[in-house]
Design a protein. Structure first.
Length: 232
């Protein structure tokens, strides 16, 4: 059987094939969107050789990432050394191969620029997952997170075949809330003491979106809003 971390396809435009029953939406790259700045953004599967870029960008962005991410054992440097990457990658690879997670890299003009993860994938009568993302600070403020979230949301609905997608964000991180709102996520609740973040239990806003909630895709709506100028 082919290693799904080596077989990377390219999705061009809205998908028409049925999602695979075992590895839905994996390993597939999305189409590419063009931003008002001219930057080109797409999502593609995380691979082993991403380790150096993953570590270097996250170490540089400690001040942005540490306050909003789950508590890490040890120091930030230790959480991003070679051994930590290998553990992280093996874990994601195993879950991806079993159809439970779809870990994707955000590419901006072909360069590593963060991640989108679709996790805790459940099919059947539940048919839902959560989506999370982070963007390298060199690309912040350009709408990259919004476009990446839109690509990931459409991928979850069109290729993974989910009915419902959820997300959370911290009350003191309204920028993340705006990213989700731009993509059509609506508030469903407020979770008290939801996750252990940066050394303490933190509350989160809880948002969600259904596959049939809108007649168009996230990317189509972002194009109408002028946040994305082209899709291919």
């Amino acid at each position: 059987m082919l290693d799904p971390f080596r077989r990377v396809g390219t999705m061009r435009g809205p998908a028409t094939a049925e999602p695979d029953a075992v590895h839905p939406g994996w390993p597939e790259a999305t189409g590419t969107v063009v931003m008002p700045s001219g930057d080109e953004v797409r999502l593609r599967p995380l691979v082993a050789r991403d380790g150096q870029a993953w570590a270097s960008t996250r170490v540089v962005d400690k001040a942005w990432l540490k306050p909003v991410e789950p508590t890490q054992p040890g120091t930030w440097i230790e959480a991003h050394d070679d051994a930590a990457w290998r553990r992280n990658f093996r874990n994601l690879r195993d879950h991806a191969q079993n159809g439970r997670v779809v870990p994707l890299v955000i590419e901006v003009n072909g360069d590593f620029a963060g991640q989108v993860t679709i996790g805790n994938i459940q099919h059947g009568s539940i048919s839902e997952a959560w989506i999370g993302y982070w963007v390298y600070s060199a690309h912040m403020g350009k709408g990259i997170a919004t476009a990446a979230c839109g690509l990931g949301t459409d991928h979850a609905f069109q290729r993974i075949g989910l009915h419902r997608l959820t997300a959370t964000y911290l009350p003191d991180n309204p920028a993340s809330g705006r990213v989700l709102a731009h993509n059509g996520y609506r508030e469903e609740g407020y979770l008290t003491g939801n996750l252990h973040i940066d050394g303490r239990w933190r509350d989160h806003h809880f948002v969600a979106q259904l596959v049939d909630e809108y007649p168009t895709t996230c990317i189509e709506r972002l194009m109408v809003a002028g946040r994305v100028t082209a899709w291919r």
